[in-house]
Design a protein around this ligand. Structure first.
Ligand SMILES: [Zn+2]
Length: 155
């Protein structure tokens, strides 16, 4: 899959888009320092495609960038998925939405003390973020995300 190799640097106005690209499994850096020259520097350092809403960025001789047209995160996601040929597929829910680290599968037996009893008794698959020590499992929020992605997906 070609989209595995695309990494992004999202400017600080695009937090919601950054999170959604992480849902798809994309490597996206995002933070308050990522604007103007800080954004350009960070993108150059790791060869990342810049995602920006900043009209003035083009004057600063940036590396390759994609200007994001809409203010609405659903439209933003649609634009990036189309422009970069991203699919909602194998990479789904493989990256931490908070810190961007790749998630590692955790056997159910290893998480019993870490999750509420109801979650433990109803869920079978768990993933762990070593970066920020978060545990993930499929739930209603994931189903809502999948529903939204189903509406966006390129036919
Ligand atoms: Zn994390």
């Amino acid at each position: 899959m070609s989209d595995k190799s695309i990494a992004f640097a999202a400017d600080r106005m695009l937090g919601r888009l950054a999170k959604w690209l992480r849902v798809l499994g994309c490597d996206v850096i995002y933070g308050q320092h990522l604007a103007g020259h800080g954004l350009i520097r960070a993108a150059r350092a790791d060869d990342r495609l810049i995602l920006t809403r900043d009209h003035r960025l083009a004057r600063k001789q940036p590396p390759p960038f994609l200007f994001i047209d809409s203010n609405d995160y659903v439209e933003q996601l649609r634009q990036v998925m189309g422009a970069c040929d991203l699919r909602s597929g194998a990479g789904l829910f493989t990256r931490c939405l908070v810190c961007n680290s790749p998630l590692e599968p955790r056997p159910k037996a290893a998480v019993e003390k870490l999750v509420p009893p109801y979650v433990f008794s109803t869920q079978e698959s768990f993933s762990w973020c070593a970066g920020c020590q978060r545990l993930y499992w499929p739930g209603t929020h994931q189903q809502k995300m999948l529903d939204l992605l189903g509406k966006i997906a390129v036919p």
